[in-house]
Design a protein around this ligand. Structure first.
Ligand code: G3H
Ligand code: ZN
Length: 289
């Protein structure tokens, strides 16, 4: 079976993106894995520091490994938004396939220094593990928002520049770069998100010379996703849309079955709602018709 590095190279050749979905419990993981198998596409599961605290770092790695082996499935695990070398080490020791060191909020020189340290550590443990770095702050938290998160880079002058992307990627030797190109974490309840800056995305990709990861995918339009893929995005993160679908499904379920107490019977509709999101996103990102 191919490793994540090979799957990424293939995505680049095919000009498609791999879907990355965050989980915090087993039902979500199984639902995502099932849809990816149905569509026969690779998929990345993400757990942030908070999600890892809940599901447990080693348990998440064991679950993904089990799915991979049982179904011969290209399913990978990413330590999403990790803020310290210690937490990166935990994920690497547990067997994660990829790590994101998130220094997006740090001053450039500090982000450079810490990301470099992470890359050196990860390479010393394995050549297969993919390391992602982050440039620019896009808000934190996959939540339903009323306004753009405070401090998030959204104005053209605040977005990641090709110059800083080139310096950052070259000096750190990261495999993947997560830039701020008009994307934000979270989404609005009833309005689309601001459009992505596609020209900037393309310029950053060319300057960085590594594939890009688009964070904060929830709420962006299909058209923007396709343009971003054409501009060099190879992984797209979706979390808020899944969480919102889970909640909607759970509420429906609790209302329809007021007497039911078996979690697995109550969770069915929540998982079905999430599967619809995953199905549509994976179809689009992989350009399946
Ligand atoms: O790392 C997680 C993602 O970037 C998710 O962002 O909640 O806006 O989909 P989202
Ligand atoms: Zn993210």
């Amino acid at each position: 079976m191919r490793n994540l590095r090979e799957v990424l190279e293939d995505a680049d050749r095919k000009n498609i993106a791999i879907g990355h979905f965050n989980i915090s419990e087993l039902g979500m993981l199984n639902a995502i894995a099932e849809v990816a198998r149905e569509l026969m596409v690779p998929v990345i599961i993400g757990t942030s520091e908070g999600e890892r605290e809940f599901i447990d770092t080693r348990e998440a790695a064991a679950l993904v490994k089990t799915l991979r082996e049982e179904h011969d499935q290209e399913i990978f695990l990413n330590a999403d938004h990790t803020h310290s070398l210690d937490k990166i080490k935990e994920a690497v020791e547990a067997g994660y396939d990829a790590v994101l060191f998130d220094g997006g909020k740090l001053p450039m020189e500090e982000n450079l220094r810490q990301t470099k340290e992470v890359v050196e550590y990860v390479r010393s443990r394995s050549e297969e593990i993919v390391v992602e770095g982050e440039l620019g702050y896009i808000g934190s938290g996959s939540t339903i928002r009323k306004e753009i998160p405070k401090g998030a880079a959204i104005k053209p002058e605040d977005l990641t520049t090709p110059e800083e992307a080139a310096k950052f990627a070259e000096e750190t030797s990261i495999d993947l770069l997560a830039p701020a190109v008009g994307n934000i974490h979270g989404m609005f309840a009833n309005a689309p998100e601001p459009a992505l800056d596609i020209d900037r995305t393309r310029a950053v990709r060319m300057a960085a010379k590594v594939p890009l990861v688009l964070h904060g995918g929830s709420g962006n339009t299909d058209a923007d996703f396709l343009l971003a893929i054409d501009a060099g995005v190879r992984i797209i993160h979706i979390s808020t849309e899944l969480r919102a679908a889970w909640r909607e499904g759970m509420e429906k379920s609790l209302k329809e079955k007021p007497e039911e107490i078996a979690p697995y019977k109550l969770m069915g509709p929540a998982l079905d709602e999430m599967k619809k999101v995953v199905y549509n996103r994976l179809k689009l990102f992989n350009k399946l018709h």
